[in-house]
Design a protein around this ligand. Structure first.
Ligand code: NDP
Ligand code: HSE
Length: 420
């Protein structure tokens, strides 16, 4: 039986889940894939984490040379998080001819070019299934299941932490800060939770996923990003009254030959299947020109779901006779449309005086922004006004809102949320 030595970098949430699955599934993998996966070394600072998992302390260190210089280690799986030392350790591993498996979407999205150069130099493989959408096998679907299509769009919930927070706020009326703490305790959140709630994590994932959809590099600065930290329960409840659920969506699509890539909170109709995706679950809807719609759904975060994706990559890398890199062509500014179109929900606080709505609607009209419906609640001289806006361009609504904010009778514009 073929034996493949593996090194694990990090024994936190994902590393721990991976080790447990490798142990649990060892015999099954030998039977079904004809390969014995053996963990030969672990890099981890906290020896207690290793002991708690039953890892022999003799194979635990913090020295990457114990990995690079061991010829029996053929695959290096990384779950440190952050850029360094993950990047350097993985580049050194690739150059030494070891394939790498990573869950680190930030590092992969930012350092992919360097990793690919090193992979070519070492004739080694680059596997990153766990970097996007946790346990859902979306990378392999895009790489090996969609060749008969030109993908037109990808849209979905790709961050478990924010979906967990929005679900708890919406269904149980809980406060944002309390739910975030719970997501951290459950191991969903990034080391710095701003990566989740400010949309960075979704942006990294969208860059990776849309590059595989469109076979083009999607630089991070071409992705519009907005997180959920300003979302209030008032808007979640207002959305409900219009028949909408609020989700943090990642959207990549081709419009008139240009690519649009964006991450932002979005109201979606309650009957859209993505509206019913709750908690740490993720869902991604792909549209291929021949197959039509495909939806993938599953846990987007957590130790065992992510460990499942890592183990799948380790076994896949172990049985390949030749490693292949995904084709992604370079892009220029001309490949992207950043002034995208959407419908909008706008909530503002205004003085409850005659003529205020006329001034606001005049400002919308000046930039060609068309109003679909208006709701108003007034009390003690202040009115909260909510507008639903027909499809319009970002540039138009932003100009209109800037002008509305400058009106003397407008106190604040409190929310501007895109509507699907
Ligand atoms: P954790 O913080 O739980 O685990 C990271 C582990 O790596 C810690 O045990 C840490 O030790 C160790 N470590 C970090 N740097 C070093 C180093 N230089 N030498 C030795 N040990 C080191 O993070 P997660 O497991 O949650 O996440 C890891 C990666 O997986 C991230 O890139 C994340 O984005 C990604 N990911 C996470 C998912 C999740 O659900 N948690 C899902 C999908 C991807 P110490 O505690 O001492 O710093
Ligand atoms: N913090 C990430 C999330 C982990 O919540 O989705 C999975 O990538």
């Amino acid at each position: 039986m073929k034996k493949i030595g593996v090194a694990l970098l990090g024994l936190g949430t994902v590393g721990g889940g991976t080790y447990r699955i490798l142990k649990q599934m060892k015999e099954d993998i030998m039977r079904t894939d004809g390969v014995e996966i053996e963990v030969l070394h672990v890099l981890e600072r906290d020896i207690e984490k290793a002991k708690a998992l039953g890892v022999d302390p003799a194979i635990v260190s913090t020295d990457i040379n114990n990995v690079i210089n061991n010829p029996d280690i053929k695959i290096v799986a990384e779950f440190f998080g952050g850029i360094e030392p993950a990047r350097s350790f993985l580049i050194a591993s690739l150059k030494a001819g070891k394939s790498i498996v990573t869950a680190n979407k930030e590092m992969f999205a930012k350092c992919r070019d360097d990793l690919e150069v090193a992979a070519k130099e070492g004739n080694a493989g680059l596997y990153f299934e766990a970097s996007c959408v946790g346990g859902v096998p979306i990378i392999r679907t895009l790489q090996a299941g969609m060749q008969g299509n030109r993908i037109q769009s990808i849209m979905g919930i790709v961050n478990g932490t924010t979906n967990y927070i929005l679900t708890k706020m919406s269904d149980e009326g809980l406060e944002y800060a309390d739910v975030l703490k719970e997501a951290q305790r459950l191991g969903y959140a990034e080391a710095n939770p701003s990566a989740d709630v400010d949309g960075f994590d979704s942006m990294y994932k969208l860059s990776i996923l849309s590059s595989l959809c469109f076979h083009k590099r999607i630089p991070l600065d071409k992705i519009y990003r907005e997180g959920i930290s300003k979302i209030s329960k008032i808007d979640i409840d207002a959305g409900k009254s219009f028949g909408y659920t609020l989700k943090l969506l990642a959207i990549g699509k081709k419009v008139n030959g240009k690519i649009e890539a964006r991450v932002h909170p979005t109201f979606i109709k309650n009957d859209n299947p993505i509206a019913s995706v709750k908690g740490s679950f993720n869902a991604v809807l792909l549209n291929g020109d021949n197959v039509g719609d495909i939806m993938l759904y599953g846990r987007g975060a957590g130790d065992l779901p992510t460990g499942s994706a890592i183990v799948s990559d380790i076994v896949y890398a172990a049985v390949q006779s030749e490693h292949k890199l995904s084709y992604v062509a370079p892009t220029t500014d001309e490949d992207f449309n950043t002034d995208f179109e959407s419908e909008y929900y706008v909530r503002m606080s205004v003085k409850d005086i005659a003529g205020v709505l006329a001034k606001i609607t005049t400002a919308f009209g000046k930039y060609g922004v068309s109003i679909n419906s208006v709701q108003q609640n007034a009390s003690e001289g202040v009115a909260s006004v909510t507008f639903m806006i027909h499809n319009t361009r970002e540039s138009a609504i932003n100009k209109a809102i800037a002008e509305i904010k400058s009106l003397e009778s407008v106190n604040t514009v409190d929310a501007l949320i895109r509507v699907l």
